[in-house]
Design a protein around this ligand. Structure first.
Ligand code: SF4
Length: 575
């Protein structure tokens, strides 16, 4: 079984830039209404999310009523100069998100049209990019799409040929060759965007190797359709799908090696969910290993894996501090973590069907069951804590309440931050503190434990591991979080800076664990827990989506950093 994700799948530079520009404006603009001139990208799911953020596509400037208080964003395809002039004169503020590569083609056309060249644009006549390019030719432009169209060209003195940036390179080469034969003095520019060329080349190569190809992206996206055509042309069974729901009836039986690519306007979260579906389909074919894999993924999807990991961390923290192991505290931690994860997910669910993690589907389907098990879990945790002593119960009660309040809107509407969750990065910090309390402090309170440096080390260890893991998950979801306006740490600081901070935290943890035993603060388990840090460094690689792992697998691998703590305890006991 092999599932391969194309390195080039997903947003290209121009689309990412345009989306970032729009989201930046949506985030800070409070007084003016925001519009895009046509759908920002050819992906209906993203357009719906943008509408939720107050960004609406229009087809005509007349659709804007209050022009003084409007911002109009020109999408990556660009527009014709005459249209731009018309918008400017209407009084609407323009923000230009035209892709620089499209801008380059516009400049070529403008320059050659001014030098009396006839500009031949090879592209789809109906495509907005071509429409914009034609505008730069100032009446000296001709569009054509096929080899046959070349025969219909009139005779010219001076010809300049350019391509729509997302043209099929093979088709363009053939057309160019024919034009050169007829007009030997024509000037040819290869304006097909390198991102498009690489994407197409990768699809052709993959289709040759794989048993089936899945091309993910809007049915209205020309570049995605072109990828699907290319895959089809290689005689490889190919599926052009817009959302994972279209995969329900696909029989994965005959396909052992599956390749996945996506158009330039396909967001990561849709690609990830397609990868999840393929993974599900493929693992059904692997008998025993497949069952184990499915079981593992089910525990990840249902948050049971996180809860088990929390139990492992609690065990490690007790042994690190030299506290006798009490199973009830491991159970309290697991039940608490499960309940908080589920309740918070239920309260702050992302708009279903459009976006969301691989968990969204199960949460949607079994919402009531999740709610019941979460409430039962928190109740069991509280009873167990009370059974141990009053102080752990009070602590647990307070953090449980804080956990539920975290998502609730407690401040008035006029405030930008209405709930704790609106504070950038608060999720990671609060979650890490809560985990630190249940894994390290609660078991210590049980023994009327006086303050000891080991407590700080244990708390710091859990805090660090949980913080790194949750921030790495946020890095993987940076694109969808930006779209729904969730200000996570990577959204706020950027991926690179976040990764640097996480690496620094991991180094601090490393130093803490190295010195805590010789300093007499903790047991020698601290040395064994270094394996967790090593594992985290490996995990930093998972932040690269192009590894081609499904969303659930990536999340599971990150959460294994908790399970690793249990593994370290095992090693410590053995050695
Ligand atoms: S495909 Fe290329 S030219 Fe088109 S928007 Fe993306 S980066 Fe720009």
């Amino acid at each position: 079984m092999e599932i391969k994700l194309a390195r080039t799948a997903g947003f290209c530079m121009g689309v990412r830039r345009a989306v970032d520009i729009v989201l930046e404006i949506a985030q800070h603009e409070t007084s003016r209404r925001i519009y895009t001139y046509g759908p920002l990208i050819h992906n209906p799911q993203t357009i719906e999310l943008l509408k939720n953020r107050g960004v609406n596509p229009i087809e005509n400037i007349e659709e804007i009523q209050d022009r003084e208080n409007a911002i109009l964003i020109i999408r990556a395809h660009g527009i014709a100069p005459a249209e731009r002039k018309k918008i400017k004169e209407s009084g609407v503020k323009i923000i230009d998100a035209t892709c620089p590569k499209v801008g380059y083609v516009q400049a070529i056309i403008k320059k050659h049209a001014a030098l009396d060249y006839t500009v031949v644009i090879v592209g789809d006549k109906e495509h907005p990019e071509v429409d914009g390019l034609l505008g730069y030719a100032g009446g000296r432009g001709i569009t054509l799409a096929t080899l046959d169209d070349v025969d219909k060209l009139p005779s010219f003195d001076k010809v300049c040929v350019v391509a729509q940036t997302t043209q099929d390179s093979d088709n363009y080469s053939k057309i160019v060759k024919k034009i050169k034969n007829i007009y030997p003095h024509s000037i040819i520019f290869n304006t097909i965007c390198s991102s498009t060329e690489q994407r197409q080349a990768e699809v052709i190569a993959m289709a040759g190797e794989m048993d089936a190809m899945f091309i993910v992206g809007g049915k209205n996206s020309a570049n995605t359709r072109r990828l699907a055509d290319l895959a089809q042309k290689q005689q490889t069974p190919s599926f052009h799908i817009e959302t994972p729901t279209e995969m329900e009836n696909i029989n994965f039986g005959p396909y052992n090696r599956i390749g996945v690519s996506a158009g330039a306007s396909t967001p990561n979260w849709i690609i990830d969910r397609v990868m999840d579906k393929i993974m599900e389909g493929q693992s059904r074919k692997l008998k025993k290993i497949g069952k184990l894999l499915n079981l593992w993924i089910s525990t990840i999807k249902t948050d049971v894996y996180s809860a088990l990991g929390a139990g492992c961390l609690c065990l490690a923290c007790m042994l690190l501090q030299g506290i006798p192991v009490k199973l009830s505290f491991i159970a309290i931690t697991s039940f608490f973590v499960y309940a908080m994860h589920v309740l918070n997910r239920l309260i702050s669910r992302k708009p279903a069907g459009l976006i969301g993690s691989f968990r969204e589907e199960t949460y949607q389907r079994h919402g009531k069951l999740y709610c019941f098990t979460a409430l039962a879990s928190i109740l069991v945790a509280l009873v167990l804590a009370f059974n141990n002593a009053v102080l752990p119960f009070i602590f647990l009660f307070v953090i449980s309440l804080a956990g539920i309040l975290y998502n609730m809107r407690i401040l008035p509407k006029k405030w930008h931050f209405r709930s704790l969750k609106d504070l950038p990065g608060s999720k990671n910090i609060f979650m890490s503190i809560a985990w630190g309390i249940v894994t390290a402090i609660l078991p210590a309170l049980n023994k009327n434990y006086s303050f000891h440096a080991g407590l700080i080390v244990a708390f710091g260890f859990t805090f660090g591991i949980v913080f790194i893991r949750s921030a790495m998950s946020d890095i993987l979801e940076i694109q969808s979080d930006k779209l729904i306006g969730q200000e996570t740490i990577p959204v706020f600081f950027g991926k690179t800076r976040t990764l640097t901070v996480l690496k620094i935290i991991s180094l601090i943890l490393l130093a803490l664990l190295l010195f805590s035993y010789p300093a007499g603060w903790t047991s020698s388990l601290s040395y064994f827990l270094l394996v967790c840090i090593l594992y985290i460094w490996i995990c930093f690689q998972f932040c690269d989506r192009k590894l081609g792992l499904s969303g659930a697998v990536k999340e599971g691998l990150l959460e294994t950093s908790y399970i690793m703590a249990g593994f370290c305890v095992l090693l410590w006991r053995v050695f």
